[in-house]
Design a protein around this ligand. Structure first.
Ligand code: URA
Length: 210
């Protein structure tokens, strides 16, 4: 993927995102829309996956046809809101391997602390897609990608629903090799690190908490 940030401005994505942003949209609809948008974003984030040619027999003739090359993809959900995206991407790429990274923010240092890490084997041989709906400060996303690189990942893409300029800059600084695909680049962060105008707390809206 050549550019660092791709904003998917497709009308279907933008329409669904508008409904998701609306504070009146209830949890079941929010979750369903997130799955639909995730599938559409997955189409874009996988656009330049390597393909090889295989020989197949159609009912009419033999042909050489493209097929995804290499080891199976790894989808990494950054807990907990990443699971909302995962539910949309996995039906499109059912053979993908799935991993989870859990981080919480230390209230004293404000630094992300790992509480869970379970990823597929041979990460270095896989194309990895990290999933987190909100790229806000970028602290947890950068930390999650640090962990994935420590575990051997070499080709990582990052897929989110919304990004703040601060988060994009932080990711570009820390991980210039990790392209970002998002549905929108919003205006800014507020003093609590929430994206404005945003959609609120993604985890709360997906899971009906908060
Ligand atoms: N995480 C969220 O869920 N929402 C934001 O606006 C920022 C971070």
């Amino acid at each position: 993927m050549s550019q660092h940030l791709t904003v998917v401005d497709h009308p279907l994505v933008q329409h669904k995102l508008t409904i998701m942003r609306d504070v009146a949209t209830p949890t079941p609809e929010f979750r369903r829309l997130l799955q639909e948008v995730a599938l559409l974003l997955a189409y874009e984030v996988t656009r330049d996956l390597p393909v090889g040619a295989v020989t197949i027999q159609t009912p009419m003739s033999e042909m050489k046809a493209p097929k995804l090359a290499g080891k199976k993809l790894a989808l990494i959900s950054i807990l907990r809101a990443g699971n909302g995206l995962l539910d949309g991407v996995l039906p499109l790429i059912p053979s993908a391997r799935v991993g989870f990274v859990g981080l919480y923010r230390d209230e004293d240092t404000l630094e992300p602390v790992q509480y869970y890490f379970k990823v597929p084997d041979a990460l270095g041989e896989r194309d990895v897609i990290a999933l987190d709906p909100m790229l806000a400060t970028g602290n947890s996303s950068v930390a999650a990608i640090d962990l994935l690189k420590d575990a051997g990942a070499k080709r990582i893409r990052f897929m989110c629903l919304l990004a703040a300029p601060e988060g994009v800059a932080r990711m570009k600084d820390a991980h210039p090799d990790v392209p970002i695909v998002t549905a929108a680049l919003d205006e800014r962060l507020n003093e609590n690190g929430y994206i404005v105008p945003g959609l609120g707390d993604a985890g709360d809206r997906i899971f009906g908490t908060g």
